[in-house]
Design a protein around this ligand. Structure first.
Ligand SMILES: O=C(O)CCC(=O)C(=O)O
Length: 376
């Protein structure tokens, strides 16, 4: 299955995806028309309307960095399997990433979003090597005049961190260093955690490769992070912080701070994800759904806004498995006569191209581009 898209078309798509949001940043008492969502598409659930008895599982990874005994490891893997199979999401605590570092990154991210809009817009969103980089935000469809997201974001990978910090603070070396060091340390620490996490996910699928084998699946290029800012909104029941979407990548590791807003679709209902101090919310993206032959679900999710508080989140995206031209396909261990492959082999480039096809055909971004590769 080949979906070919020229580089130029990708750039056009990036422009479609990347409109910055001046009205949100300066909005006062009304929600501008372009941000008002049709009632039937919004299904409003408040940012802190937690279900109590039906919430995404919180898994304690304590001991993971030390000698985790086999029984404990199995327990954790079992919980991960159930969570990814039913929710596509779980939260982790005691993950081993230094919480002081997470705080530093949250603080410097806040400083970035406080910059004037013209400064933030010095780095416009573009596609570089199949990745979206820069300042802007996702829109729900090609028609940018409606259904905008009530938020702003900065997409970055490690090779761009220093360039971005010197562009945003050209005169101030201290803050440049503060930004670059915090981001680089965060990308490294969360990247190391991602390897441990991915081995647990493979273990949860009953595929226990040796370390080097399992690392073979992880992308060779740097991970992508996105800093998100959701300003308070005069009427959260009319607007959407981040449009409902599926993540295309392998795994996302999200820190949502202490203000709730992340919501996950399960059984046709939106469920608010309760912030836990220091926790990461983990979700499997479309690539994980494909290599797990649908044992892990890639769930539709969104962010909602609130009336009173700014909300900041940090999303770390482990990109595609073997995405350097190699093919993505259900793991051979998970395919047999009773469980035939649910996807044709495809490349990350083809997947990105299928997303562009979605956008070009005016499909809202919440359409799942993985469908193009299903075995019918
Ligand atoms: O801010 C959040 O809670 C959600 C962020 C998210 O889904 C994303 O960045 O893809």
């Amino acid at each position: 299955m080949a979906i070919e898209v020229e580089k130029e078309e990708l750039s056009i798509a990036a422009a479609e995806l990347s409109k910055a949001l001046p009205d949100v940043v300066v909005a006062d008492s009304v929600v501008p028309e372009a941000y008002v969502w049709p009632k039937e598409e919004l299904a409003h659930v408040g940012h802190d309307e937690y279900a109590g008895d039906d919430e995404i599982p919180v898994i304690d990874l304590g001991g993971l960095n030390g000698d985790l005994d086999e029984t404990r490891r199995r327990e954790i893997c079992d919980r991960i399997r159930v969570a990814l199979g039913s929710w596509g999401f779980f939260q982790v605590v005691n993950h081993g990433v230094d919480l002081a570092l997470v705080e530093r990154v949250q603080a410097i991210s806040k400083k970035f979003f406080e910059l004037p809009l013209e400064t933030k817009e010095l780095i416009d969103c573009t596609f570089e090597e199949d990745r979206l980089l820069g300042y802007g935000f996702l829109v729900a469809n090609k028609d940018r005049t409606s259904r905008r997201s009530w938020s702003e974001g900065l997409f970055m990978d490690s090779p761009h961190v220093a360039l971005y910090s010197s562009t945003f603070w050209p005169e101030d070396h201290d803050i440049q260093t503060e930004f670059s060091e915090a981001m680089e340390e965060y990308i490294k620490a969360v990247g190391e955690f991602a390897i441990r996490l991915f081995r647990l996910i493979l273990g949860s699928l009953g595929v226990d490769y040796p370390v080097t084998e399992s690392e073979r699946f992880l992308p060779k290029e740097p991970a992508l992070i996105r800093l998100n800012h959701y300003p308070p909104c005069p009427d959260p029941s009319l607007a959407s912080g981040l449009v409902p979407h599926y993540d295309g990548n392998l795994i996302t590791i999200l820190h949502q701070g202490d203000v709730g807003g992340l919501q996950v679709m399960k059984d046709d209902q939106w469920h608010a994800v309760r912030p836990h101090p220091g926790a990461f919310a983990i979700n499997g993206g479309n690539m994980l759904q494909a290599i797990s032959n649908n044992l892990c679900k890639s769930a539709l999710h969104r962010a909602v806004v609130n009336k009173d508080e700014d909300r900041y989140s940090l999303a770390y995206f482990v990109q595609a498995p073997n995405s350097n031209g190699d093919q993505v396909a259900p793991l051979p261990e998970l395919v047999d006569a009773e469980h035939p492959a649910k996807y044709h082999p495809f490349t990350w480039k083809e997947y990105i191209a299928s997303q562009v096809v979605n956008i070009a055909s005016q499909q809202i971004i919440s359409h799942n581009a993985l469908e193009y590769f299903e075995v019918k």
